[in-house]
Design a protein around this ligand. Sequence first.
Ligand code: SF4
Length: 427
Amino acid sequence: MNSEIDTLLPQVRQPSRYGGNELHVVKKKWDSVALRMVLAFPDLYELGMSHQGLQILYHIVNARENLLAERVYTPDRDLEELLRDRRLPLFSLESQRSVADFDILGITLPYELCYTNILTILELAGLPFRSADRTGAHPLVIGGGPCAFHPEPVADFFDAILLGDGEEAILEIAEAVRAAKESGEGRQTVLERLSRIEGVYVPSFFEPRYDDGGKFLGTQVLSGTGLVRRRILADLEGASIEQPPLVPLTRIVHDRLGLEIARGCTRGCRFCQAGMIYRPVRERTPEKIFAMAEKGIAEGGFEELAACLRVSAVLAGRHPHSGDHGADQAGAQDRFYPGAGGGHRPVAPGDQQGDHRGRLDGHGGCGLWPGLEIDQALLHVRVAHRNRGGRGRDPGPGPEDAESRAGRQLPGERERRHLCAQAPYRV
Ligand code: SF4
């Protein structure tokens, strides 16, 4: 199969998206492991490689000697057409093996707009769409990610869906499937094993109920353990990844080192998905963040400073350790900002100085903003607050008391919004 793919890649745009030759990529011998999984991001490579969650799981799985994880992204139209024309299956980046050869196909559910790409991946892999039509000869298709919290629109396509944090659960899932594979268990027994793992929802063990108008009323338990409890990683600090970051050979959407300084958000704006699904707040210590930043920059050679901005924002913001590190904050500026120029500074809502380049104050902050460069943050403000979408689906400005009820109002926000609206930055 490799030689056939080799003949395809020169015919597509940006073939480096499919070569699996990034810096720090993990390539294991196929026969040296007990269980193989392919992690799929249902969108183009440039978006998928910007997604931290997939990289975290990739490294966690590959750190285990008896497990193997490879990656696949939705191919662009040109490669998709070639694969269909030549009747070739979708392949993983690392080994260029057919996706159908793996034991588990893990698909991230990042946003609803990519749901059709999930079907594209299944179809190109030669897998039946619906879980009910798949057999033991097919990989288990397991979903996870932000949209796992409202999975019913895609539930029929998945054998299991993980709700919540994946760091620990992915290893438990792998172990359950490995044990079932070793003892030759059938698909139904494997699903029963999976349903006993905290956070795993097996759609075939439930039946959704709808009213006459098609409104979703809930699910009825058919078998298994019943209630599914969201998986929560208690210790974010301890779960830090030591492996060097994957460095793409082509330009991606977020072409920089990404560091997760915290998970969850203290504010809980009611319109914000991230503010709800990543609860409770868990933060890394500044020492850990500095160590991760220095290591990641040294190993990855990234030039973008987004991760460093996040570090500084933590030190300046509501982080419980922020008071201890005033000197470190200045040090971070020296260490990580040289060459960044005046336009690249930490920025966050809640600035008490009336200046959009200020620091986080003690009244609140957005878990998404501290890592953004100033022009991007202004974009966030301008787009979100003008009711044009944005990650948080901000409903837009309204009466002060309504904003307060939505949990989103920060001191001086109206004044800042006015400032941002006038800011001379290009969108
Ligand atoms: S501050 Fe930002 S991340 Fe936190 S809940 Fe509000 S919109 Fe969401």
